[in-house]
Design a protein around this ligand. Structure first.
Ligand code: HEM
Ligand SMILES: CC(C)=CCC/C(C)=C/CC/C(C)=C/COP(=O)(O)OP(=O)(O)O
Length: 312
């Protein structure tokens, strides 16, 4: 029996079905995380060198958002057993018994199908197929296979979160080129420091749930080293994007400042001892996690602004 089915049958409220309210179904779609995913998809579409009918653009972003949300519901269906154990996630609708696992699966599958179909009709079938692949990557490759089996889970799984700007670009152009590939690289190499910073101050959660996050398998010192190395690997991709046709002086200046700050943050994380971190309740690590969110949002905001005022 899979973990999730074992969990469902041991939980009568879940097996019997929940009494979810509208807000619970919205929570299934992980709206806060997806907001940044959707923003990167929008920017991918917006900066593409093809003018898109505003209605088509709006519909495309809406259906990408729906697909992203659907993949979140599928993740919550499969991960209900893990989510029930971790403090951060135990109040989610499925582990808390407000929505049944079956319902989460149904919502996830239905919205995935709807989003892919509608994106195909609104934009093009290449973009729709790419969206379908992205949902599959997050809900199946990351959630089902990688998350529980390897500390490289989020490194490889991070690709799912890095695809949306490519999907956005594909909506506008019907294809892919170097600019969306660099946007992909920007998110792909950003994800490990983003997540491992959080894992540093939430290690107990993952340990309890038996999820092989790097902090659990290799310890915090190794995780600190990994974070710093990724900030170094990330910077050239972020800056290189500014040298492509979607770049310009504004983006480049923002990227330079953000990458200096991010590398400095990674360096501070590296230099900290566990005793120091515990003494101030992981203040630096929490600050670095917050910085990671600004880092990505501001890169994409700068790209959009650059496209508005004019690129190279
Ligand atoms: C495999 C890749 C990733 C992992 C494992 C990961 C993990 C996490 C976790 C565990 C949180 C904690 C807070 C929460 O539950 O809300 C979080 C927060 C967040 N993540 Fe990620 N993340 C990943 C990729 C991404 C990507 C690609 C984006 C956007 C492009 C993103 C955007 C966010 C945002 C905006 C938050 C803050 C949510 C809030 O306000 O609470 N993450 N991430
Ligand atoms: C368009 C489309 C399909 C987008 C998908 C984008 C995507 C995969 C974003 C990654 C999101 C994310 C928060 C992963 C968290 O890992 P987790 O699920 O292990 O986190 P948890 O512990 O909070 O459940």
């Amino acid at each position: 029996m899979s973990d999730i089915r074992a969990y469902e049958s041991s939980s009568p409220r879940i097996a019997a079905g929940g009494e979810g309210e509208f807000g619970d179904y919205v929570a299934l779609l992980k709206p806060r995380v997806m907001s940044l995913v959707v923003f990167t998809a929008f920017v991918g579409l917006y900066v593409a060198p093809v003018s898109v009918n505003p209605v088509v653009a709006f519909a495309s972003v809406l259906f990408i958002a729906l697909g992203g949300g659907a993949s979140g519901a599928l993740n919550m269906w499969y991960d209900a057993d893990i989510d029930a154990v971790m403090n951060r996630t135990r109040k989610r609708p499925v582990p808390a018994g407000r929505v049944s696992a079956g319902e989460a699966l149904g919502v996830g599958l239905f919205l995935s199908g709807l989003a892919v179909l509608m994106l195909g009709l609104a934009a093009n079938w290449f973009a729709a197929a790419f969206l379908a692949f992205t949902i599959f990557f997050y809900a199946v490759i990351y959630t089902v296979f990688l998350k529980r089996s390897t500390p490289q889970n989020i490194v490889i799984g991070g690709a799912a979160g890095a695809f949306p700007p490519m999907v956005g670009w594909a909506c506008a152009t019907g294809g892919i080129s170097i600019e969306p590939l660099l946007m992909f690289a920007l998110i792909f190499f950003w994800t490990p420091p983003h997540f491992w910073a959080l894992a540093l101050f939430m290690k107990e959660d993952y340990h309890k749930a038996g999820v092989p996050m790097l902090t659990v398998t290799h310890g915090r010192t190794a995780t600190r080293r990994h974070i710093f190395v990724y900030t170094l690997v990330l910077a050239p991709f972020a800056v290189a994007l500014g040298l492509t046709p979607v770049g310009g002086p504004l983006y480049l200046s923002v990227a330079l400042v953000l990458n200096v700050l991010f590398i400095r943050g990674g360096w501070q994380i590296l230099r900290r001892t566990e005793a120091q971190a515990q003494a101030d309740d992981y203040r630096t690590e929490k600050g670095f996690f917050r910085l990671s969110l600004y880092y990505l949002a501001l890169h994409f905001a700068a790209l959009a602004l650059q496209a508005t005022v004019g690129t190279w």
